[in-house]
Design a protein around this ligand. Structure first.
Ligand code: ADP
Length: 480
């Protein structure tokens, strides 16, 4: 019998053979093994850093056209394979097929946008305050960048970190999340075949506490871009900063959606259902706190109860599924535990909150909507990262805004209103990095900055032209 080949790590342009690999299983059907993926270690991180350092002088002085061509070619392939890669993504992560394919398309668009950024890296030329002297301000790559990504966006987050890193001339050591190595492996394979010189992009799959920790600790890594949980993100920031490295971390959210008395009810319900529950609520921008003023509260609750109870939970690859499974057993247990905590603290589960039986064995649960909650309850303070949302009833706009801001997080905040006055005031006074008016809190564009305030994010923004703030460093040159 032919043995199943293990998808291997890429170091210095070579795919490393690996005898044994970790199983990548489908959360919609745990009997379905997608493949075996190599698990690296700290020694491999050393080798990957050495390869990235060796590749840096040539890559950082390559022409923008060379970098454009490679990123653009990779983007073209990703877009052409949208359906196939979208299926792989949904199979390993559990978001529904439309979302999986959409995410792949997004990765392709990011690669193409960042290809253009390689050509658009302007500096400044200024007259000096001293006579006869010219001052130039230019942007240079930071060096070797470590990239650590979470499981909830298996291809988009790797793309939005790797693409700008490469576009601005950095070399990369990349560690994807253990639960979703498949999409990450395909992305690296595509970039490798698109013509990246050896060592420019290195892939070391494996455990966070081994490979991830080695990336944080490694003095040869000049900058680390991390997305994941609050606890790990704080460790990443402290560890990298302590050794003098540059670091950005994108962590949790407890994002509010304010629904005002004057809201269009259909728009508000649509924004809430999408923002809270799509992608099984596993988005850092998900709106888990629905802050509703008293005049619309009962109508909003009734409409939400009807919509949420009708959501079809099932196999991510099945055509009529609206909500796929939770990513794994541990996350399902956490979601169900928070349902119990919500009830114990006095919330009322209006609908959902139970595991769902299915033909396949998978991690299915019915989305849960709580009512009668207050902002000090644990379900409104801690990030659950599942299909769990709660309604908080408030008196007026001022109370809604204060409640929305009363959180340690600040990634995204939304408001549903027809009042220009409230919309404008909310945009200005919401203490979040991103604000949505009459839109779901989740769902952002790739050509504008992404990131949060307070405990949600640390360091520079990601995406769009702002990505250069992290992936470049500024040099000031004086010429007499
Ligand atoms: P989650 O609980 O959602 O998996 P984590 O923050 O644990 O979130 O994971 C995000 C990424 O960080 C993953 O790639 C994971 O492997 C990695 N990671 C986990 N622990 C560490 C660590 N101690 N050091 C570096 N990376 C880690």
């Amino acid at each position: 019998m032919a043995s199943v080949s293990v998808k291997s790590n890429l170091i210095g342009g070579e795919w490393r053979d690996s005898a044994d690999g970790r199983e990548n299983r489908n959360p919609s059907n745990v009997a379905d093994v997608i493949g075996l993926y190599a698990s690296g270690n700290a020694g491999m991180v050393d080798e990957a850093v050495a390869a990235a350092q060796a590749a840096l002088p040539a890559w950082s002085t390559s022409t923008p056209q060379q970098r454009f061509d490679i990123l653009d070619r990779a983007g073209t392939e990703v877009l052409a394979r949208r359906d196939e890669l979208g299926r792989l993504l949904s199979r390993e992560e559990g978001k529904i097929l439309a979302e999986g394919c959409g995410e792949v398309a997004r990765a392709g668009q990011i690669l193409k946008f960042m290809a253009g950024e390689a050509l658009r890296n302007p500096g400044d030329v200024l007259p000096s305050v001293r006579p006869g002297v010219k001052v130039e301000v230019t942007r240079e790559p930071v060096g070797v960048v470590g990239i650590i990504t979470p499981w909830n966006f298996p291809i988009a987050i790797p793309a939005w970190k790797i693409a700008p890193a490469l576009a601005y001339g950095n070399t990369v050591v990349f560690k994807p999340a253990e639960l979703v190595p498949g999409s990450a492996w395909e992305l690296v394979d595509i970039l490798h075949r698109a013509g990246l010189p050896h060592g420019v992009l290195n892939l070391v799959m494996g455990k966070g506490r081994d490979v991830g920790q080695a990336i944080l600790d490694h003095r040869g890594i000049d900058a680390v871009s991390f997305t994941g949980s609050v606890a790990t993100g704080r460790t990443a920031v402290a560890t990298v900063a302590a050794r003098g490295g540059k670091v950005q971390a994108e962590m949790g959210g407890k994002n509010p959606l304010v629904v005002m008395d004057d809201a269009n009810l259909d728009i508000a319900v649509e924004a809430a259902v999408n923002g809270a529950f799509y992608s099984t609520g596993q988005r850092c921008t998900a709106s888990s706190r629905l802050i509703v003023t008293k005049g619309i509260h009962d109508r909003f609750l009734a409409a939400m109860r009807e919509r949420v109870s009708a959501l079809r939970v099932g196999d991510a690859l099945a055509k009529d599924t609206q909500i796929g499974p939770v990513v794994d057993e541990r996350q399902l247990a956490q979601d169900l535990r928070y349902v119990e905590i919500g009830k114990e603290d006095g919330g009322k589960a209006e609908t959902g909150g139970e595991p769902v039986k299915h033909d396949n064995e998978g991690y299915f649960m019915q989305p849960v909507l709580f009512s009668g909650t207050t902002n000090d309850m644990r379900i409104n303070r801690e990030e659950v990262f599942g299909p769990v949302a709660s309604i908080i009833r408030v008196g007026d706009y001022e109370e809604a805004l204060a409640t929305a801001n009363d959180t340690e997080f600040g990634l995204c905040a939304g408001i549903a209103t027809t009042s220009l006055k409230h919309a404008e005031h909310f945009k200005r006074h919401s203490r979040a990095g991103m604000v949505m008016v009459n839109l779901p809190t989740a769902g952002v564009d790739y050509h504008v900055p992404f990131g949060g305030a307070k405990g949600s994010s640390y360091g520079q923004r990601e995406q769009g032209t702002y990505a250069k703030e992290f992936y470049t460093t500024v040099k000031t040159a004086y010429t007499a």
